[in-house]
Design a protein around this ligand. Structure first.
Ligand code: UD1
Ligand code: UDP
Length: 393
């Protein structure tokens, strides 16, 4: 009897990072793969499901406009009780640090269903940053019997907490998703031209500053500072700023209000993953508070400035391809301007290292789930020196 594995996810980043794993689970004869999307995100989730051709068995469609954390969490637990009862899975897989992940892990735990946590062990050490994600990722690890840590440093975080589950270092599945996507783009000139045609406003002669920003702890003053910094940068530099704006009304409102009329600032709708990866390829600098982008951009050799005070992704900071710039107006302007002014610094920043994965994280997770032997991910694997091919034996 194949083992019945229920993957539960609901937001854009979870979907991007679970998509390559779902594909591997589907391809494994020892596993019956079932997908439940909670619909914590609606449009941004559908963009990813369409791109990776994933048809969920269950879609809870739970998103409401400007949802509260408690409203969402309570709807999740109630709806997942019915799905867990109907599917009766041997195991549940959840991803990362969202409200979907913590509620799904708790719902499974209450029914004594083993939980596997994909992207386990990320920590800032500050419960309020990112809020509420640092709490979510911690409680999911407490409830998990299998923790798929992306890197050795996330494994070390888990070891310090003396948790009861087993930790396996897999690399981050985001690199699997990114590789699948860049292969499609790089191998197809027609697709590239179609994607570029989505950005007719871009001037090929000017550098592109690609921006994303959506974290809850930056709502209010943080976003006001970020917007003011972007307006300053657009005024004083020969640069074109492109900002695909998150659909959260607490982000869209202030961003539209302060930057809607700014020259050289292009506020656009959230892009599907193909379009966003193409824009990352075309960017000179990426300014972000997103977790996933901090992992992807170093793999693309792009300098990343992170608009946060702490990060749970220290690997790229240590390697020098990601720099924390906080959310103060002056520090953002200073850091971006220094990089725009110095091609040498940009290149140094953008040294092609990729501490987050080798594109085989999903294969390792499936091997671990089916009891097949495999080599854990080690940082040297990423550039092909240790394991140019597949690490699965
Ligand atoms: C959530 C995650 C965060 C993750 C982010 C990725 C939590 C607590 N936070 O935050 O960790 O980094 O997703 O994007 O789980 N909305 C839409 N359509 C969409 C998506 C969102 O309209 O497709 C709007 C809705 O009004 C929704 C609001 O955005 O109520 C906020 O969504 P929510 O998932 O609660 O929070 P995020 O800030 O997206
Ligand atoms: N992304 C996307 N379209 C966009 C902006 C981002 O597909 O317009 C991708 C990005 O490449 C990354 C993921 O979405 O893989 C990050 O999602 P988000 O910033 O919403 O969440 P976080 O990673 O911070 O949890």
């Amino acid at each position: 009897m194949p083992s019945r594995i229920l993957s539960i996810f609901g937001t854009r980043p979870e979907a991007i990072k679970m998509a390559p794993l779902v594909k591997q689970l589907e391809a494994c004869s020892e596993i019956e793969s079932i997908v439940c999307v909670t619909g914590q995100h609606q449009q941004m989730l559908d963009q990813v499901l369409d791109l990776f051709a994933i048809e969920p068995h269950h879609n809870l469609a739970l998103m409401t406009g400007n949802q509260t954390l408690n409203g969402l969490a309570s709807r999740l637990i109630a709806a997942l009780e019915d799905v867990l009862a109907a599917v009766a899975p041997d195991r549940v897989l959840v991803h990362g640090d969202t409200t979907t992940a913590s509620a799904a892990a708790l719902a499974a735990f209450h029914r004594r269903i083993p939980v596997g946590h994909v992207e386990a062990g990320l920590r800032t050490g500050n419960l309020m940053q990112p809020w509420p994600e640092e709490m979510n990722r911690r409680v999911v690890d407490v409830m998990s019997d299998l923790m798929f840590a992306p890197t050795a440093s996330s494994k070390a975080n888990l070891a310090r907490e003396a948790l009861h589950g087993k930790v396996i270092v897999t690399g981050n599945t985001v690199i699997d998703a990114l590789n699948l996507t860049t292969e499609r783009i790089d191998g197809d000139a027609t697709l590239r031209a179609e994607l570029d045609a989505r950005f007719p406003f871009l001037d090929g002669a000017l550098p592109v500053l690609l921006v994303t920003g959506h974290r809850r702890e930056s709502f209010g003053a943080g976003f006001a500072n970020i917007c003011a910094a972007l307006a300053d940068l657009a005024k004083t530099n020969a640069v074109q700023i492109v900002y695909p704006v998150h659909l959260n009304p607490n982000v869209r409102g202030p961003v539209q209000e302060s930057l809607g009329d700014a020259r050289n600032v292009h506020l656009i709708e959230p892009l599907d993953y193909l379009g966003f990866v193409r824009l990352m390829q075309r960017a000179s600098i990426i300014l972000t508070d997103s977790g996933g982008v901090q992992e992807e951009a170093p793999a693309l050799g792009k300098p990343v400035l992170v608009m946060r005070d702490v990060t749970e992704r220290p690997e790229a900071v240590e390697a020098g391809t990601v720099r924390l710039v906080g959310t103060e107006r002056e520090s953002i302007v200073r850091a971006v301007t220094a990089l725009l002014d110095s091609a040498r610094e940009r290149e140094a920043f953008a040294r092609r290292i990729n501490p987050y994965g080798d594109g085989h994280a999903s294969q390792r997770i499936v091997a671990a789930l089916t009891g097949r032997p495999f080599d854990e991910f080690a940082h040297g694997d990423a550039d092909g020196t240790a394991n140019g091919q597949v690490a699965i034996r």
